[in-house]
Design a protein around this ligand. Sequence first.
Ligand SMILES: Nc1ncnc2c1ncn2[C@@H]1O[C@H](COP(=O)(O)OP(=O)(O)OP(=O)(O)O)[C@@H](O)[C@H]1O
Ligand SMILES: [Mg+2]
Length: 381
Amino acid sequence: MPINIKQASDLSLRFLDELEKPFVGRHEEALIITLALVSGEHAVLIGEPGTAKSAMVRRASELLEARFFKYLLTKFTEPGELFGPLDIKGLREGLYKRVTVGKLPEADIAFLDEIFNANSAVLNSLLSIMQERILYDGYTEIRVPLWSLIGASNRPPEEPELEALYDRFLFRQHVKPLEADNWNKLLDYSWKLEKGEESSVEPVMDMNTLREIHKAVFTIDLSVIKPRLIKLFLVLQEKGLYVTDRRKGKILKAIAAHALLYGREKANEDDLIVLKYTVPKDVEDFDKINVILMEELRTKERVLRELEEIRSNILIARKAVEKVQHFDPRLTEYYRSLKNTRNRIMNLIRDFEDEDVISIADELIEKIDDTLQEIMAKLNM
Ligand SMILES: Nc1ncnc2c1ncn2[C@@H]1O[C@H](COP(=O)(O)OP(=O)(O)OP(=O)(O)O)[C@@H](O)[C@H]1O
Ligand SMILES: [Mg+2]
């Protein structure tokens, strides 16, 4: 049964909430895993030991009813460990076949811990599985059902031969240790976990539901956001943050998945936040992109904050206008400044379709227009 945007949003938000629940300060990590699943892409969590990377991935697997394959890669992991051992009986008959039961080629979701330990014996197969969903294995070519591969690692890859693997993870997050103001909560949560209070977990959805949610991603209207995204790619490039061509197109899908998650039929500026999780490559990039996005994005939060600032300025101007006498020369100055503020509001909300923002902007414009009238009356214009 097809799922509409509202249902898709409700379900994915429930998944996100449940995933995040037992952890402190791990909203973004839960968001990334959820977005990767909804968009059918791969995600990697990079961070110091003990920052709950594995624990989050484990919980995600409990919340989704699917065929999972989990493995911890070492430098010495052999293809058979991931893709299944060679079929000895087949070999005797001259057939080169793998027994893939319970291994990665039969999984919907794969969790590979210490992913950047991947050595040359497994790397090429991983690359084609991730990109084409095909396992090329010497003599055989198997289509695999893999939906998302979630990786974890203590470090981004340094070896050039791992670049292609890293590039295939659309979502990347640098998981940082918690700041001191979260430590108290962390102790309480860990205590609960140790006591086993966070035990039974009910799955939120199965693979069929996830596939339906995924279909809804492609119904999202991206017309407003596409030109904005292209402009942002340019800004980022000027500041030294390059996005490979493979990722440029995929980022649009991440934006659509984010819009769907929050129940929007039309993607807006808020959805560009996914750039934070899709553009960075080196560890420094994660901080860099944050600063750039804060400057560049006209998110709802930021617009509302600016409107509130404008509101208090209007109030001050109104009081000033009330106080001064007719024909006071300062009135023309107030007039000019209010006209500018009016333009600023119009610019701020141009193409912005959020109801809360529009209604506040309308209210402020009305206040400005009243005050402008009052000034004109005092100036006898
Ligand atoms: N933010 C957090 N909120 C709640 N519990 C946490 C948090 N961070 C760590 N923990 C606790 O620490 C445990 C260890 O985390 P986990 O093994 O998942 O870390 P990791 O990032 O995978 O480490 P490694 O890189 O060594 O594999 C978790 O199971 C959890 O009990
Ligand atoms: Mg781990």
